[in-house]
Design a protein. Structure first.
Length: 415
């Protein structure tokens, strides 16, 4: 029989992170959000708590935990604020994990200890201005070998943690050759594409087959790397998101992450894991909507009694709780399959689809419960409403998740 109760170690972690989110972050994060200011002091405290190293072995400076531990931390942070949660998610899932999975021993020992401490943030530069869901077919960034160096040219868009004062490196997906098979023999997974999604299509598949894609580590401050000003975003206002451009940006040949031509396989694995993490962030936001609505419904008076005594409000909150609960079970299962070394692509897509939908719907209903106060940016649910939509887009749009699920089920295949 499946048991979804947490073991003592995971429960203790959840309690500690929840207390930090509630007692330390909640009182001040609204100010950072309104100022569109990166919360360096909160990130530093998260680093001292070991959150950035949760799924990384101790030999590389991590906590020796598992990916599920990271997801629990993300959920508790997102109950209060998604900017903090996404900063942690991107730093670990997109920054540290590719190095842990695919890096050389020298790369792991050079980068992971500082990434795990939170002293340094990593970024993953995949999406481009001209290509999102049709990556890798639309990757225009190139890297060529010249005199023992990679020379990188191109532009990347919507890159989280790309321009903070503590950003230390960027992993860049680039075309390193033409005419080769994807991944030098790596099977591309039924024509699946990736970026902020995996777009199917014969034309894109043909382009992908012509491009050899590799991942290259570029330290922050490398000549030729230009970091653009922060985007003006609808939500996640206390996180850092920027465009990056590369103009004859040179790094040593040893900066290649893993083997040449394996970039496509690498970011497929990275995105599959990241979807579980984004599902956890989504569940946290959905649960935060429940918690805030419950508190408000007990205090707010209408027609001579707390609004929580009106059945219309009770039903809204009950539906919100059901959505959060169901989405939580979905990401728990995906994380469990990942931990046990079982295929988890379908389960990750289901978790991301269900959880992001729960976050969006709960944010809308919580705003309705709060009425006019829910439309104010200083209100937590006002921030939740602004933050929720991107969860249906980043790490693969909801439409892409449906495509992945259908493909994993074999829908459309000949009988």
């Amino acid at each position: 029989m499946v048991d979804y109760r947490l073991d003592p170690e995971h429960q203790e972690l959840r309690t500690v992170v929840a207390k930090f989110a509630r007692d330390v972050a909640a009182p001040v994060i609204g100010g950072y959000y309104e100022r569109c200011q990166f919360p360096y002091d909160l990130v530093a405290q998260m680093g001292r708590m070991g959150l950035f190293g949760l799924p990384v072995p101790e030999e590389y400076g991590g906590m020796g935990g598992d990916y599920f531990a990271l997801c629990l931390a993300l959920e508790e942070l997102a109950c209060v604020d998604s900017s903090l949660a996404i900063t942690l998610e991107a730093a670990v899932s997109l920054g540290a994990m590719p190095i842990l999975h695919f890096g050389t021993e020298e790369q792991k020992r050079r980068w992971l200890p500082r990434l795990c401490s939170g002293e340094m943030l990593g970024a993953f530069a995949l999406t481009e201005p001209g290509g999102g869901s049709d990556v890798p077919g639309a990757i225009a960034t190139t890297a060529r070998l010249e005199n023992g160096e990679w020379v990188i040219n191109g532009t990347k868009a919507f890159i989280t943690n790309a321009g903070t004062d503590i950003t230390g490196l960027v992993a860049v997906a680039a075309v390193t050759g033409r005419g080769g098979r994807p991944g030098h023999g790596e099977q591309a997974g039924h024509g699946e594409q990736a970026g902020h999604g995996e777009q199917a299509g014969h034309a894109a598949a043909g382009r992908r087959a012509e491009a050899e894609i590799s991942t290259i580590l570029v330290p922050a401050g490398t000549p030729g790397l230009t970091v653009s000003p922060k985007y003006s975003k609808v939500g996640w206002s206390a996180s850092d998101t920027r465009e990056l451009s590369f103009a004859d940006c040179r790094v040593p040949e040893a900066s290649l992450l893993g083997r040449r031509g394996r970039g496509y396989a690498q970011f497929l694995r990275t995105l599959d894991e990241g979807r579980i993490a984004i599902a956890a962030v989504s569940v946290g936001l959905a649960q935060g909507c429940v918690d805030e609505s419950l508190s408000y419904a007990r205090q707010r008076q209408a027609f001579g009694q707390p609004i929580g005594q009106h059945q219309a409000i009770q039903f809204k909150i009950a539906d919100m709780e059901a959505r959060a609960h169901t989405a939580r079970l979905a990401y728990y299962q995906a994380a469990a399959k990942m931990r046990d070394g079982e295929p988890f692509k379908k389960e990750a897509a289901i978790a991301k689809l269900v959880a992001s939908d729960a976050a969006m719907r709960n944010a809308r209903e919580a705003t309705q419960v709060f009425g006019g106060y829910g439309f104010m940016n200083e209100s937590p649910v006002g921030r939740f409403y602004r933050d929720a939509k991107i969860l249906e887009i980043g790490e693969g749009t909801s439409e892409i998740q449906r495509m992945v699920i259908a493909r994993e089920l074999g829908a459309g295949s000949p009988a």
